[in-house]
Design a protein around this ligand. Sequence first.
Ligand code: ADP
Length: 492
Amino acid sequence: MNVLLAASECVPFAKTGGLADVTGALPKALKKLKHDVRVIMPRYKKIDAKKFNLKVIARNIPVSFKDKVEFATIMEGKINSKSSIPVYFIDNEKYYNRDELYRTSLGDYPDNGERFIFFSRAVLEATKAIDFKPDVIHCNDWQTGLISAYLKTLYKLDSFFLRTAVLYTIHNIAYQGVFSRDIFYLAGFDREDFIPQRLEYYGQINFMKAGLVYAEILNTVSKTYSRQIQTGEEFGRGMEGVLEHRKKDLYGIINGLDYSIWNPEQDQNIIVQYSSDDLEGKTICKKDLQKISGLPIGPDIPLIGLVARLDAQKGLDIFYAAVGRMMKMKLQLIILGTGDPVYMELFERIGIKYPRKISVNLKFDNMLAHKIYAGSDMFLIPSRFEPCGLGQLISFVYGTIPIVHRTGGLADTVDSFNVKTGMGKGFLFDEYNAKSLFESIKKAVKTYKTKKKWNRLIKNGMEADFSWGKAAKSYVKLYKKAQQKKTKAAGQ
Ligand code: ADP
């Protein structure tokens, strides 16, 4: 099957969150299943053409808006040196030659609507220019939401896409790409599509809704989240009505993990490699982490890591509310994150207040993230909601025990440790508040004191299998469903 995966970020080229981990890993698993899979994404300034050996394969591809034309250059690279999976980059100086992907500390780029109209149409034009006829375009999140809308409207009669179906994956429904009516017109759609059943959303255009309305098949990144987003405003963020309408076509597939990147036996970002059979290296990684973060060195002090986008979604309010109580215990915290200036400031303050117990790192730092997963004893994910969550999966692999709120993908992947049976891989709390979070930390710290139990927990996580193989097979099933739907509709 020919699959084109369209996304706004992809490891190793550009990453702000879990979306990039998924789009960097799933193609490799699909390739193993013998599919012709290719990735297409914008070429941001930070993607170094030399480092990734990118080659220009087409220039001056016209990309139409309502009343103007802009031009795209297409570059080609490979997803990594070991694989032959092509990654196409849509290059345009005006739209993507900027320091960040979507926003600066001052807020979103004001022309994000235009930037991703351009990307969505350029994906279709590039596909034709390189003559790769996809059976399925796999779209991801709001940045690619318009692709299926274009296929069903402006490109409806284009014979090149006669057999092309769309699978639309929701990685996070909280980001929908809502823009003014002007952007609707700029995108080139007909006035008749500006209705609530199609692209209109309270007088504006909603890019994610476009994906949800027009794609043949929809999925999200865990079963629990796929149910939650249909239940009401809190999770569905205004999309619950559309999803109710499409519930027969909505699936949940839990993300896998790319073991070629996240693997303590091979990880070159950490000071010593280790495995579940020999955890000595993990102790050395902990010491290294304490040292580089300026915390007192002690193998028996429970060290809790938190790596996240600093966003209200991540449960930072209850975490912050619990810090005072945590500081009365014998433990250390290491925080790595960037994002909302409100949280940046709050965390900076607690870092200054408790310099010997908390290390605060307000940046995006891949190497430090690896060191935290390896060197911490526990990993905190108090998220208010979490579509899948990768931190808990990465933690398992590194023998670090997740403490999580029971929601979305966290509920589907972390099971409570049972002291009697020795089963389970982490600690969960049900109620979203500081007290429940703190109780769960206390429980984890108590268990930590009994080395035998703790080692059992570590092994349970490290020996679990979260590789992409199974998830990739589930994606192939959805691609086939999408194709069948498309074929059926074409025959009618
Ligand atoms: P989300 O996509 O909502 O940000 P996920 O848990 O799905 O959350 O994925 C987050 C990914 O981004 C993980 O790989 C995590 O390690 C990484 N990450 C988040 N913040 C940082 C940071 N400040 N520095 C390095 N990596 C980070």
